[in-house]
Design a protein around this ligand. Structure first.
Ligand SMILES: O=P(O)(O)OC[C@H]1O[C@H](OP(=O)(O)O)[C@H](O)[C@@H]1O
Length: 320
């Protein structure tokens, strides 16, 4: 492993890292886009006098960004992608190369989401009702694709405690002309009989086809399986976790208890221990399909796509 010396990172990198950490910037695809742009910002701001110093700064920026949220693999994957194409014998050549690579990555991200949406749209029929969990731009791309095909849809939108990202989904779906019903998370099972597809996103997909997504996804999937309702995960290939090819597990982010309960209320009820995991793991047997920009896959077959895309070396961006 190449250990980059400690270096100051550009102000813009610190700001983006802070925004990702506090979830001002959130959602796996949006985080990937922001991380790639942060590397470009680091390149722009660099006053390095040698190519090696320049690259050390980039690696330091990658570390700061990666330290923000551990579960969404789109973040290190984005950095890996940008690093992979960086070439140059001088600082100026390297700087230009980082800018180009970051731009190309962000464009590919947009195209991938659009292509994924067209695949997902094909699963949805006119008059279908979906159920959503949290807020996923990949899921919204599928719905948008279906609406563009002239299909009329209804949606049960789970509010998704503790941060209520379901509200963002409700607003986005309403704007698309989808008939939206907001429900509390614990009401999901009651309405599953009325639902044709449960549609969820992903923060990471493991090599065995497990879906790592917002906390509550696994319970929803078990209930959906029990009710015979198909559950579909919309996830661009940037969500595939290369480390799981070599036995690593996906770290589940634990967030602050203040997202769950305010200190005053906590004190009134005797200050219990509060646990706030942001994500959970849904085993592949509860997932009917993973939709990517490369097409639709049974979860158990996703490993072949991972090998094709990443090879077998799960190295970190700062090791490149
Ligand atoms: O990439 P897209 O589909 O937009 O989002 C994927 C996932 O990111 C979100 O995590 P968070 O809100 O950042 O914790 C949700 O878990 C969502 O399913």
């Amino acid at each position: 492993m190449t250990d980059a010396p400690e270096r100051e990172v550009a102000e813009e990198v610190s700001r983006i890292a802070e925004d990702i950490d506090t979830m001002e910037i959130r959602g796996a695809a949006t985080i990937a886009d922001a991380a790639a742009r942060a590397l470009a910002a680091q390149a722009d701001a660099s006053e390095a006098e040698s190519p090696s110093a320049f690259l050390d700064e980039l690696r330091a920026a990658a570390r700061v960004l990666c330290d923000t949220r551990p579960t969404a693999v789109s973040l290190p994957n984005a950095l890996r992608y940008v690093f992979r194409d960086v070439r140059g014998a001088t600082v100026e050549e390297l700087r230009e190369s980082v800018r180009e690579s970051a731009d190309e990555f962000c464009e590919r991200l947009d195209t991938a989401q659009h292509d994924l949406g067209r695949v997902g749209a094909n699963r949805l029929r006119d008059g279908d009702t979906i159920m959503t969990h949290c807020h996923s731009t990949d899921v919204l791309a599928c719905v948008e694709g279906a609406v563009e095909q002239g299909k009329s849809l209804s949606a049960y939108v789970k509010e998704t405690r503790p941060r209520n990202q379901g509200h963002i989904t409700a607003e986005a779906l309403s704007e698309m002309g989808v008939d939206v019903t907001l429900i509390v998370d614990s009401a999901a099972r009651r309405y599953l009989n009325d639902v044709d597809h449960v549609l969820v996103g992903a923060d990471s997909i493991a090599a065995d086809g497990s879906v790592i997504n917002k906390i509550g996804t696994s319970g929803l999937a078990v209930n959906a399986r029990d009710r015979g309702t198909p559950i579909v995960c919309a996830a661009q290939t940037i969500k595939l976790h290369p480390g799981t090819l070599t036995g690593h597990t996906v770290e589940i982010e634990m967030r602050d208890e203040s997202e769950v309960i305010d200190p005053e209320t906590a004190s009134e009820i005797g200050d219990p221990e509060v646990l706030n995991p942001a994500f959970d793991v849904t085993p592949p047997r509860y997932v009917d399909a993973i939709i990517t920009e490369r097409g639709q896959f049974p979860p158990e077959s996703i490993v072949t796509l991972m090998r094709e895309l990443f090879g077998e070396s799960p190295i970190q961006p700062w090791e490149l």
